[in-house]
Write a protein that binds this ligand. Structure first.
Ligand SMILES: [Zn+2]
Length: 529
């Protein structure tokens, strides 16, 4: 989420979510910290969305209930947002404005022009934002593809025109700042698909992101040319294909898309399946197929599976496991390191440099990407002739202020990550996560005793319950010894009833560590009767 503020008005670009990092145990997703907006009610006037990916629209259902501002998005992006708002019962509470790359939007002191860019989803835009201080360009996520799947290359003329007008600051996508050269065109994916379809006699199963509408269109086109019917599998894939067809972003002959239940009505060489599961998500269609647990699609020798996506960092292990399982079932599996069945949706260094040269900004702020990518993108800015002091490599929450004198860093606003777990938003913090990590490492041991409330004498117990520490049935001796220790502690009178819990905890912790070299979390429960 990027905030652009002037006087009493601000607009936000995008409102995405992040998937949890590996050490965020049990967390479903991570959303931006909007404390600054909540502390300044009325400041935010609108949210403008660049494209329909989760990391750009996914947090809307969590943010909008507290900050119900109008949204601006292109038609496909809007379609994807509507699905989310409907689920969150927010659809009739939020004003949704449809824009095109020809729109001009006036919000307070801002005059905003969306411009078309290519990305791995159609209908992606960047924004040119005219402010009283000058022109701000936000690229969204983009690449320059002369032959994109939807036939609409990025609007370079418009970018050049902005460059001629004079750009105050460019905020540009840094995702592929580590990659030299030019990101290959979607065309090479089509060519690779074409070859595979030519060679293959059995069924072809293609896994891709449910939001990658362009890729799905490529599959439809090629399947059609090879006289194959297409079944769509996976809930989000089915929903998105339905929505995109209704809006006209996917075109397929009516009789070509078949229901997955009807696969048996066709010979193998007339079947293609497009499904979810590129990240090895445990409940996804592809993973169920790989585990031979999918109700309708049983993979077998002769099937060809194409993984048309890359693993998002952190998901590699799950993806590799899925690939192994697919091979185990006898399927042939084709993925990016074998053949070019996927290309990135982000600009590589050549395109990033071209963006800088077209817009010729006075100031440059690399956005979207991990810190090292921002730094590398910043260096590219220098190569494009921007003085180093005009390039701001900044972290979340850092404000950059522009006035007649120039640009300088302002305050740092709240920028934490808000964790979402089940129905809880932001209630899981450092302490809960630390406990989860401890529990996941050595498990827990609970000790329940009842003592006389006057004398402190043991009345009942101790009972010992443990999970994730040892397999109790194989460790009866250890548990018995632990019980005896607790009895000794209480009977020796060494413990006052007020301190019994702590004494049990410390003593047992030491004992269990000596015997097992493990540090389970210990919960003493002392009941006074
Ligand atoms: Zn994206």
């Amino acid at each position: 989420m990027t905030l652009i503020e002037y006087g009493d008005d601000a607009i936000a670009i995008d409102c995405g979510l992040m998937f949890p990092e590996n050490d965020m145990l049990g967390i479903d997703l991570v959303i931006p910290d909007t404390t600054y907006l909540l502390d300044n009610p009325g400041l935010l006037k609108a949210i403008l969305l660049t494209h329909g990916h989760e990391d750009h629209i996914g947090a809307l259902p969590y943010i909008l209930p507290d900050i119900p501002v109008p949204l601006y998005a292109t038609r496909l992006t809007q379609g994807l947002i509507e699905v989310k708002l409907k689920e969150a019962k927010l659809l009739d509470k939020i004003e949704l404005n449809t824009i095109t790359s020809e729109s001009v939007i006036e919000i307070g002191p801002f005059k905003i022009e969306p411009f078309h860019v290519c990305h791995s989803i159609p209908d992606a835009v960047g924004y040119a934002i005219h402010t009283p201080q000058g022109l701000v360009i936000h690229t969204g996520e983009y690449k320059f593809d002369d032959t994109p799947a939807d036939g609409r290359p990025a609007d370079l003329d418009r970018l050049r025109r902005y460059g001629d007008e004079g750009v105050l600051v460019l905020l540009s996508d840094s995702t592929n700042a580590e990659r030299p050269g030019h990101t290959p065109s979607e065309q090479i994916v089509s060519a690779a698909f074409e070859e595979i379809f030519d060679e293959t006699r059995g069924r072809i199963i293609i896994a891709t992101f449910a939001s990658n509408i362009s890729r799905i269109q490529q599959v439809i086109n090629i399947a059609m040319r090879h006289n194959r019917k297409l079944a769509v599998v996976g809930r989000s894939m089915v929903d998105n294909v339905k929505m995109a067809r209704e809006l006209g972003y996917l075109t397929a002959p009516e009789d070509m898309i078949i229901h997955v239940d009807d696969l048996d009505d066709y010979p193998d060489n007339q079947i293609a399946i497009v499904c979810t599961g590129t990240q090895g998500e445990p409940t996804s269609a592809l993973v169920r197929m790989a585990n031979n647990e999918h109700r309708q699609v049983r993979l077998r020798e002769g099937d060809t599976v194409i993984l048309s996506a890359t693993a998002i960092p952190g998901n590699e292990e799950l993806v590799h496991r899925t690939l192994n399982n697919l091979f185990r079932l006898g399927a042939d599996v084709i993925y990016q390191s074998l053949r070019p069945v996927h290309v990135s949706g982000h600009a590589s260094q050549d395109e990033q440099l071209q963006m800088l040269q077209l817009t010729r900004p006075k100031y440059f702020i690399p956005i979207q990407g991990e810190y090292r990518m921002l730094v590398l993108h910043g260096r590219l800015g220098q190569a494009a002739g921007i003085p180093p002091e005009n390039i701001w490599v900044i972290e979340n929450g850092q404000v950059i202020e522009f006035d007649e004198e120039g640009a300088f860093p302002g305050e740092v606003v709240a920028n934490g990550q808000i964790l979402v777990d089940g129905l809880g938003i932001g209630d899981v913090g450092k302490v809960v996560l630390r406990d989860r990590r401890l529990l996941s490492r050595d498990g827990f041991v609970a000790v329940v005793v009842a003592i006389d409330e006057r004398t402190g004498e043991l009345v009942e117990g101790p009972d010992i319950i443990s999970r994730g520490f040892v397999y109790v049935r194989d460790s009866e001796e250890l548990i018995e010894e632990a019980k005896e220790r607790v009895i000794d502690l209480l009977e020796s009178g060494a413990t006052h009833r007020d301190t019994a819990a702590n004494v049990i905890k410390n003593n047992l912790s030491q004992f269990l560590y000596q015997r097992t070299r493990r540090n389970p979390m210990i919960f003493p429960v002392v009941l006074e009767v």
